[in-house]
Design a protein around this ligand. Structure first.
Ligand SMILES: Cc1ncc(C[n+]2csc(CCOP(=O)(O)OP(=O)(O)O)c2C)c(N)n1
Ligand code: SF4
Length: 308
């Protein structure tokens, strides 16, 4: 074809670096997925994953073919089926001696709630899959309804006075399946993020990564504050960075530094019910850390598990 146009940029024979997240994607400004996908790409280096994505914002990200799309083979699935579809792709890849990572990329609605049954089944069978949940703590794609991941006190379109219930402990649920590796990821801690993805890549069996993913649209926060918000979530202890090996050995990667959780809450209008009185969320943080500290003390990870 004469001259350059959008079509020539996606011609497979053209030797150019295909980024996993291409320009032209539809993510909102400040979306945590944009950094998460770029760091996932960086951690995998020249390897091309097979992506399996249910009907969340993550599949809308691809935009309209042919101007955008993911820079890797991508299967769009129903919510209930992504771990099952990934199971099939992983099995076929192995039969053909193909070792590319098969990655489920799913929101919290698809993970904590709608897809939990097949997630549990794939984890129980210890399928050779990396499952990454980008957790924006709402059903973002349909207007910001509450999910099982929404934290206590957060205002959503279905909890106008703030959610009453606690956030589900999805890491605990996955650990109870005794999967080989589970870890939390922060877009405010790049080295830690890349190390964990690379470790997950070389590990075998079912691996689960949980990334707290800012959603300025639903969080009612400023797009340019997204990375800072996640740093505050980690430093205040609200979002602990840790790893669980074989479901039983724990390693904490970052200790909270007494940053008040109010500095995190007050930059997000979804938490306006808690401004000035973060007590209910602080109680959640305290009980979460009592449990985590206890597990890491009694069942510590060792250097054979992975370099810290
Ligand atoms: C079985 C089923 N139930 C509900 C829907 C409607 N739906 C589409 S996107 C979505 C929200 C998904 O939320 P989440 O998985 O957290 O991803 P996000 O949109 O926040 O990226 C819902 C409920 C659907 N497509 N399929
Ligand atoms: S609604 Fe939220 S999760 Fe969805 S693309 Fe926008 S910022 Fe990202």
């Amino acid at each position: 074809m004469e001259g350059h146009d959008e079509m020539s940029a996606i011609t497979p024979s053209k030797p150019y670096k295909t980024h996993l997240l291409r320009p032209g994607n539809t993510n909102c400004a400040g979306c945590g997925m944009s950094i998460g996908l770029q760091w996932l790409d960086e951690a995998l280096g020249d390897e091309k994953p097979v992506m399996v994505i249910p009907s969340c914002c993550g599949i809308v990200t691809a935009g309209a073919f042919p101007t955008s799309g993911y820079g890797a083979p991508t299967a769009a699935t129903t919510f209930a089926s992504s771990p099952a579809v990934a199971t099939g792709i992983s099995a076929i890849s192995r039969m053909n001696d193909i070792d590319n990572p098969v990655i489920c990329w799913a929101g919290d609605g698809g993970t904590y709630d709608i897809g939990l049954a097949t997630l549990s089944a794939a984890a129980e069978r210890n399928e050779d899959i990396i499952y990454i949940c980008y957790d924006n703590e709402i059903y973002g794609n349909t207007g910001g309804q509450r999910s099982g991941a929404t934290p206590t006190g957060s205002v959503t379109s279905t909890t106008p006075h703030g959610k009453e219930e606690r956030k589900k402990d999805i890491m605990g649920i996955m650990a109870a399946h005794r999967i080989s590796y589970a870890a939390t990821l922060s877009i405010g801690h790049r080295k830690d993020f890349l190390r964990k993805v690379r470790f997950a890549r070389q590990a075998k069996g079912f691996r689960f990564l949980l990334m707290l993913s800012p959603c300025p649209t639903g969080w009612k926060s400023e797009p340019d504050q997204s990375t800072e918000l996640i740093e505050l979530a980690v430093r205040s202890g609200l979002f602990p960075l840790y790893e669980i090996f074989d479901g039983v050995r724990y390693r904490i990667n970052f200790q909270p530094d007494n940053t008040p959780v109010s500095t995190y809450l007050e930059q997000q209008k979804r938490f306006r019910q808690l401004w000035g009185d973060p007590g209910r969320l602080q109680a959640f943080i305290d009980s979460q850390w009592r449990h985590l500290d206890g597990m890491a003390t009694v069942f510590p990870a060792n250097i054979q598990d992975a370099p810290g």
